[in-house]
Design a protein. Structure first.
Length: 385
């Protein structure tokens, strides 16, 4: 069934685009922030830990927020928190304050992303995979723009952080233009927030989800540092080169559902993981800039659909409790985001960034094994018909 992208789709997709603008500018700019604050890789990696803790907090509070306010209003609450965190980050140079600002921004970001998954899966019940993946594809445009703007400003006399402020007016305009597009009518369920224990298949699949997100954030957080080490490019040029990674993610999210539509949910996920593995191997062995760029493009394509497809697997195993499943997935994402960049930073300080990066293919293999060991239980397509 062909996905019909309506006003609801675009409003939700643009919410995630705005938070991805921040991630696109902030993640690859870690070498710039580290140079400003004169910190080690380990200490700089604490910003990733702050994002992870924020995601864990969002996982605990999201089901209650959705129960109280509904999914639509919850997404706007998340965007408001995100904007507050951005302002704090831009005007708070010391690392103690940038860590606090990152925590608030991350809480808003995770709330918006969680709401995106549940809103789109509910709004497009017959095209869940395509809707979530393509909305994420639109959001990749924000990621690329954030990377380009930060990279461009880094080469001038202005602070690269100022580029992040563009997310504020964008959030305000989107709210007033779309607040009536996404339905805000909500009656809290008399039974209260979705709760209860989840089965063993869910939690084993959750481990694979954590591995997927870990490999993504370890790559996006430190890929610029790896490029500087491998090809000797400047911090600004390496940051701009991450555009290749974001472009691959956008292309994969937009076109992947059409290309892989005949494959089952699990087969789609295994295919993109294999693509990521091959792309990463090429990147790790490369000492040539253009080859590294092509490898980053392939890695981006491989990463592109993993969040959407792995999230749908968790919903499948949730026994009809999607908000609870996505809340628990946020806990997993938090563990991944908090631990992966930080551990890679520690390994980078002791072994060098190149050797430390070998943790990424290990994570890919762990995620792949969980899909093989815990199939989704049916041969249905990611887009159910």
């Amino acid at each position: 069934m062909v996905l019909k992208r309506d006003r609801v789709f675009w409003a939700i997709a643009l919410q995630v685009t705005i938070v991805n603008f921040y991630l696109g500018g902030f993640g690859p700019a870690q070498p710039l922030l580290r140079s400003e604050q004169h910190t080690s890789l380990t200490v700089a990696g604490l910003h990733g830990t702050a994002l992870g803790i924020a995601s864990i907090l969002a996982g605990f509070v999201s089901p209650s927020l959705v129960h109280r306010f509904g999914r639509a209003t919850t997404s706007w609450i998340g965007l408001a928190l995100f904007a507050i965190g951005i302002v704090m980050f831009v005007f708070s140079p010391p690392i103690q304050l940038t860590l606090a600002a990152t925590l608030i921004t991350g809480l808003g970001t995770s709330t918006v992303v969680n709401s995106m998954v549940t809103q789109l899966s509910h709004h497009f019940p017959n095209n869940q995979g395509s809707a979530i993946s393509q909305a994420s594809g639109v959001a990749s445009g924000g990621y690329v723009m954030g990377t380009l703007i930060v990279g461009a400003i880094a080469g001038t006399s202005f602070s690269w952080r100022l580029g992040l402020l563009l997310a504020i007016p964008a959030s305000i305009v989107l709210y007033f233009a779309s607040r009536r597009t996404i339905s805000t009518e909500h009656i809290p369920d008399e039974k209260g927030p979705q709760r209860g224990s989840l089965n063993k298949r869910f939690w084993l699949s959750w481990v694979g989800f954590v591995a997927c997100i870990s490999s993504e954030f370890a790559t996006t957080f430190w890929a610029a540092a790896l490029l500087r080490n491998r090809v000797g490019s400047s911090a600004a040029i390496s940051t701009v080169c991450i555009v290749a990674l974001g472009s691959g993610m956008g292309l994969g999210r937009w076109f992947g559902p059409q290309i892989l539509k005949r494959k089952s949910l699990d087969s789609q996920l295994k295919t993109v993981m294999i693509t990521q593995f091959v792309g990463f191997g090429t990147l790790w062995f490369s000492h040539t800039l253009w080859i590294s760029l092509l490898a980053l493009l392939a890695v981006g394509i491989g990463i592109s659909m993993q969040f959407a497809l792995a999230s749908l697997r968790l919903i499948d195993f949730s026994e009809g409790r999607p908000d609870l499943a996505i809340g628990r997935s946020s806990l997993g994402a938090g563990v991944a985001i908090a631990a992966a960049p930080f551990i890679l930073g520690i390994l980078g300080d002791h072994l060098g960034i190149s050797r430390a990066y070998l943790m990424v293919p290990v994570l890919i293999l762990i995620a792949f094994v969980t899909i093989v060991a815990i199939p989704s239980g049916n041969s249905s397509k990611a887009d159910r018909k």
